[in-house]
Design a protein around this ligand. Structure first.
Ligand code: 13P
Ligand code: ZN
Length: 267
């Protein structure tokens, strides 16, 4: 058994916080990440600290008994990798709340977006048993795009697919978009989970983005791809002289890569 700070997933998660800060996507306390531990990973952890139970309402049934690595509320992603004991913890999900098993020293608590993380994990696990990770950050260009683009799933997905040929291959299930909402409450968690029933990426207007995935790298890769497309959109939408990628061309890509795009977007 080893201290939780030494397990590979915790180290990878800490590295990712720093990478995202370097991208400029996690100013101050912006962003949060959670990761469902496997049974093997749980067995590895040496439980050195007294468990602390925190009550939380409406816990999804399919999460009860699972263990999550999760970032602390208020954690600075610039600093997380050097302060893991205070800024990353492990919680066990219970019927009536969760128990802090490791980390969150100095009285820290999991992210204020805990509802979103729990409800999002629950929704994705219903669809994909390999699902493990939720990553939220304030990726710049996708946030910018929510000021100059219609805020609906269909048109936003079509615009992003049209920016880079690979987009439709990386996220054929498209993106969901929510209007501006207060963050951190159960309502935004529920709305996000609803969108995640048929896609892996949700954009929060005037706030940021979150992605789900089977690994940290998978979820982060989705955000990188969406944000790259958004960056090209923002740099070109008001000065284009070509038509960009046509519907016919998108269909040719899908055909060649044997990808089924979300229906109703390419018409
Ligand atoms: P936390 O610091 O509570 O994780 O909140 C950051 C954030 O990005 C809220 O949406
Ligand atoms: Zn945020």
């Amino acid at each position: 058994m080893i201290k939780y700070t030494k397990i590979t997933a915790v180290k990878e998660l800490a590295d990712l916080t720093y990478t995202m800060w370097q991208m400029g996507w996690d100013e101050k306390n912006g962003g949060n990440i959670s990761y469902i531990l496997s049974q093997e990973e749980i067995k590895e952890i040496y439980k050195e600290q007294k468990p602390q139970f925190i009550e939380l309402k409406n816990i999804p049934n399919n999460l009860v008994g699972r263990y999550l690595i999760i970032t602390a509320s208020g954690s600075n992603f610039r600093l997380v990798k050097d302060t893991i004991e205070t800024t990353i913890g492990i919680i066990k999900i219970e019927q009536e709340g969760y128990t802090i098993i490791a980390g969150f020293e100095n009285n820290n608590k999991p992210t204020s977006e805990i509802y979103m993380h729990l409800l999002a994990h629950s929704a994705r696990l219903e669809i994909d048993p390999a699902h493990r990770v939720i990553v939220h950050n304030h990726a710049t260009e996708i946030s910018e795009m929510t000021f100059v683009h219609e805020l609906d799933d269909k048109t936003l997905t079509r615009s992003l697919w049209g920016m880079v040929t690979e987009c439709i291959i990386v996220f054929p299930d498209g993106v969901g978009v929510l209007p501006w909402m207060v963050c951190g409450n159960e309502e935004i968690g529920k709305a996000t989970a609803e969108k995640l029933k048929d896609c892996r990426i949700v954009i929060w207007a005037h706030h940021g983005i979150l992605a789900s995935g089977s690994s940290l790298n998978d979820a982060f890769g989705l955000i990188e791809t969406v944000n790259k497309a958004a960056k090209i959109y923002m740099n070109t939408f008001d000065k284009r002289i070509t038509k960009g990628i046509t519907n016919q061309q998108l269909l040719e890509v899908c055909d060649f890569f044997e990808v089924t795009p979300k229906s109703g977007i390419i018409e």
